[in-house]
Ligand binder design. Structure first.
Ligand SMILES: Cc1cc2nc3c(=O)[nH]c(=O)nc-3n(C[C@H](O)[C@H](O)[C@H](O)COP(=O)(O)OP(=O)(O)OC[C@H]3O[C@@H](n4cnc5c(N)ncnc54)[C@H](O)[C@@H]3O)c2cc1C
Length: 438
């Protein structure tokens, strides 16, 4: 099969954004050739259950397949990462040497777990990261074998969800993080303190303000301890490095696009930007890999790692891929995510970056059932609920409408909202290379 025969639309990344984007192309009336390239050998599957039901043993890792929502009639190239992009000839190169021609390209390569560096113990057995289905299956098997002490490095969403599962399995768990509370980077220490209390009550040993310097192994190369920057150490025979993610853009090096470990920059219509800042009319991006100007926050560039964005942005990019140059609609999305841990359903809308105020407007932190709102310069920018999501859509509307902070009258169940210090760690306190929230 020659490259030319394969022209049409090529989707790179066979996961949530790739699948939903491909389906949107078909639903939008695209009848031409459609090729989906995936680095993993698996058909698209869902990641949120991996750090929840799969680790807990409630769901097998291979039972996480995403349902098909539309007939695709696609050519699948699985287990075959793209390694390069030649924009002038409209060719993507696969690892096996195949050259795939495209008329239009959807980049949906997502993100990768930031690995622990090899020279400081990253290659020891018993040290895990969690991003994909195979990671989850291996980690689940290791947890089921009953390690003596689990160490989780990084108290972001994935670190905390994993800690919650480990306690449900009755395992001894320590969580370390350089920040004063869990989830400090995403929710601030005022709200993160609630999760710290959950960890404590569940029997997790939480060590804030702690940096791991290295992991040490036994003679067989299995991890036995972590050495801290302050000289202390802890014994652990299973480590989960939950250090956040970097965007999967390595294959775009040399393609002349604005791409780096923080994402592939797009314009408002989800078109990838060339190095000189002009949008490429034939290359779009969606999902975790995309960095886009978000209208609700003044058009600043953001990339988010949220399920809902992957679905919505993929649909939007697909719509624009099928539209003419004069009908490229801007992507207007309000980020939102959920998490479940320690029996609590956390839901959040908006971005907390730069928040200078936080107020609990419903419920209380003590009851672990509340809704908190974030403000910046007198404007409502984000909200988070712990088992209290009823009013979240109203706050999402307030954020989109640029309503003032403090928030909506009549959407509080307290005489006066409880004001908190937001407590976001200074960006310089922890380098992104050390670890971030997941
Ligand atoms: C453990 C876990 C739990 C999560 N829980 C939640 C949650 O509770 N709530 C929430 O909102 N979000 C959650 N997320 C985030 C959510 O799953 C992601 O936002 C979503 O998966 C993004 O979809 P995507 O398709 O953009 O990227 P990905 O899912 O990362 O998929 C990208 C795909 O591209 C492939 N790929 C990469 N490079 C190449 C290449 N060069 N060639 C071909 N293929 C390539 C990858 O192998 C991968 O299959 C979680 C994520 C993880 C990892």
């Amino acid at each position: 099969m020659s490259a030319a025969e394969l022209a049409g639309i090529v989707v790179v990344g066979a996961s949530l954004a790739g699948l939903r984007g491909a389906e949107a192309l078909r639903r939008g009336g695209y009848e031409g050739p459609l090729t989906i390239v995936g680095a993993e050998p698996h058909r698209p599957y869902d990641r949120p259950p991996l750090s929840k039901h799969v680790l807990a043993g409630e769901l097998a890792a291979d039972a996480t397949g995403l349902p098909a929502l539309a007939p695709l009639r696609a050519r699948w190239r699985l287990g075959q990462p793209t390694v390069g992009l030649d924009r002038a000839d409209r060719i993507v190169r696969l690892a096996d040497g195949t050259r795939l021609a495209y008329d239009r390209l959807l980049v949906a390569t997502g993100a990768e777990a930031r690995p622990w560096p090899a020279p400081t113990g990253g290659t020891l057995t018993g040290v895990f990261t969690l991003r994909g289905r195979d990671d989850a299956a291996a980690l689940r098997a290791a947890l089921a074998a009953g390690p003596r002490r689990v160490l989780i490095v990084g108290a972001g969403l994935i670190g905390c969800e994993a800690a919650s599962c480990c306690r449900d399995l009755g395992l001894a768990v320590t969580v370390v993080d350089p920040n004063p509370t869990p989830l400090a980077r995403s929710l601030g220490t005022g709200i993160g303190g609630v999760i710290a209390a959950c960890l404590r009550d569940a029997g997790v040993a939480f060590r804030p303000g702690t940096q791991v310097r290295a992991f040490e192994g036994d003679g067989a190369g299995h991890v036995v301890r972590a050495r801290f920057a302050d000289g202390g150490a802890i014994e652990a025979d299973l480590v989960i490095a939950a250090l956040g993610a970097t965007r999967a853009t390595g294959w775009l090096a040399g393609a002349g696009l604005r791409a780096d470990a923080g994402g592939l920059t797009c314009d408002a219509a989800c078109r990838a930007l060339a190095a000189d800042g002009t949008p490429c009319p034939d290359i779009y991006a969606a999902g975790d890999v995309a960095r886009w100007p978000i209208p609700v926050y003044g058009g600043r560039l953001v990339s988010v790692e949220h399920w809902g964005n992957a679905v919505e942005q993929a649909g939007h990019a697909a719509r624009n891929m099928l539209a003419g140059p004069d009908d490229q609609r801007p992507y207007a999305h309000l980020p939102a995510y959920w998490s479940s841990q320690f029996g609590i359903n956390i839901k959040a809308v908006g971005l907390t970056d730069g928040a200078d105020s936080v107020a609990v407007v419903q419920g209380s932190r003590a009851s672990r059932r509340f809704l908190a709102v974030y403000g910046r310069a007198g404007q409502t920018i984000a909200a988070v609920s712990f088992d209290q999501a009823r009013w979240l859509p109203a706050y999402a509307d307030a954020i989109l409408a640029g309503r003032p902070f403090p928030p909506i009258r009549d959407a509080t169940d307290r005489a006066r909202p409880e004001s908190l210090a937001p407590g976001f760690p200074s960006p310089r306190a922890v380098s992104a290379d050390e670890f971030a929230h997941a």
